[in-house]
Design a protein around this ligand. Structure first.
Ligand SMILES: O=C(O)CCC(=O)C(=O)O
Ligand SMILES: [Fe+2]
Length: 361
């Protein structure tokens, strides 16, 4: 019965729809068009019960103004968080709750713009400085994602759409404050790897680092168990900071199980991304995560990818490699090359096979 429902044709012709939001608003269908059906991939691995374990919490004030003892304790906690989980919650940071709320409201206003106005920002290439799009792609025969997005380069150059009003101003402040948190974290992470505190920032030429501000919009979905917002993936920068609108849906993979992550309003959720994995020669691994959808409330998340500068060659820190048990596990390439390979679907397998190789020795 359920599968028959999923096969029911959508009353809306796909070519008329440019976003998942528009699809949802144009129909009251209780089923999703079949090309959103992600079922074969979705329920493949176990989901942890909420009580099983919990994401580590890092109090950033202790990194900034703690006693030397408190600092070394928190650096130790950070090291464990990065190596055991690949993610953590940052509390007591300067990205205020009101700023986050204003940023979420501004992105909501953007997604509420008429489809025609949003089309102006449609882009296809990873290097387009402003790019909005959707999981919806009628020309693809594989499953699509239940998600619309807007991505803007926020650093070293700042680009945002010129509407809605105040979007740009709020996005600038939000990106800047997130970046400040990341600068503090990268210093502590360098120390936790036994490196000098400016090591990661210098190696990644972080002063010119690419910062990508991305909002994900997941409308309510009549068949949430069949669709996916974003399938399992790893982020490409050094660290990602993430907030959401109080609706949960994010899951991270820890010890071969998927954990639900509920992000409180005043918390920044931080994920280890691929370039920290490369720099640390696999000591800290990027975390697999995915976004589920639901049938009760629209979910929005805002992710900031904080990466190296585009033209810096990234490789494992020389201090962390040797010719014996710590051989470099990743090939050298610029962040730009990495992103371009990733976009054309050629990178992850290569990156992954490098990891597999390093695990095999
Ligand atoms: O919506 C989320 O919580 C996850 C978003 C995400 O993984 C991404 O934008 O890369
Ligand atoms: Fe992600």
């Amino acid at each position: 019965m359920a599968s028959a429902m999923s096969m029911k044709a959508s009353p809306v012709h796909p070519s008329k729809i440019t976003t998942v939001k528009a699809l949802v608003e144009s129909t009251s269908s209780s089923s999703i068009p079949s090309f959103y059906n992600f079922t074969p991939y979705l329920r493949d691995e176990p989901i942890a019960s909420d009580a099983e374990d919990s994401v580590p919490i890092i109090d950033i004030t202790l990194l900034v103004s703690g006693t030397p003892e408190e600092q070394s304790q928190i650096i130790h906690q950070l090291s464990k968080a990065c190596s055991d989980w690949g993610c953590f919650m940052v509390i007591n940071h300067d990205v205020t709750e009101s700023l986050t709320k204003a940023m979420i409201a501004s992105f909501q206003e953007f997604f509420d713009l008429p489809e025609e106005e949003k089309k102006e920002y449609q882009g296809n290439h990873v290097m387009d400085p402003i790019r909005c799009g959707t999981g919806f792609n009628p020309s693809m025969d594989k499953a699509n994602y239940w998600r619309d997005f807007l991505k803007c380069f926020a650093h070293p150059e700042f680009h945002t759409p010129n509407k809605p009003a105040r979007f740009s101003e709020i996005a600038r402040e939000f990106s800047k404050r997130n970046r400040e948190v990341v600068i503090i974290l990268l210093k502590a992470i360098s120390k936790s790897l036994g490196l000098e505190e400016s090591y990661v920032a210098k190696a990644a030429n972080f002063e010119l680092g690419l910062q990508l501000l991305a909002a994900n919009y997941y409308p309510t979905c009549p068949e949430p168990e069949k669709a996916i917002g974003i399938p399992a993936h790893y982020d490409h920068g050094l660290l990602t900071t993430l907030v959401n609108n109080g609706v949960s849906g994010l899951q991270v993979k820890h010890n071969e199980k998927w954990f639900n992550v509920n992000i409180p309003a005043n918390v920044l959720f931080v994920q280890v991304a691929d370039h920290l994995e490369i720099l640390s020669n696999g000591k800290y691994k990027s975390i697999a995560h995915r976004a589920l959808v639901n049938n009760k409330a629209t979910r929005m998340s805002i992710a900031l990818a904080h990466g190296p500068s585009l033209d810096t060659v990234m490789r494992p820190a020389l201090e962390l490699v040797d010719n014996e048990s710590n051989q470099p596990a990743y090939v050298e390439m610029t962040y730009r090359e990495f992103l371009e390979l990733q976009q054309t679907g050629r990178l992850r397998s290569k990156f992954q096979s490098d990891i597999e190789q390093s695990r095999a020795v």
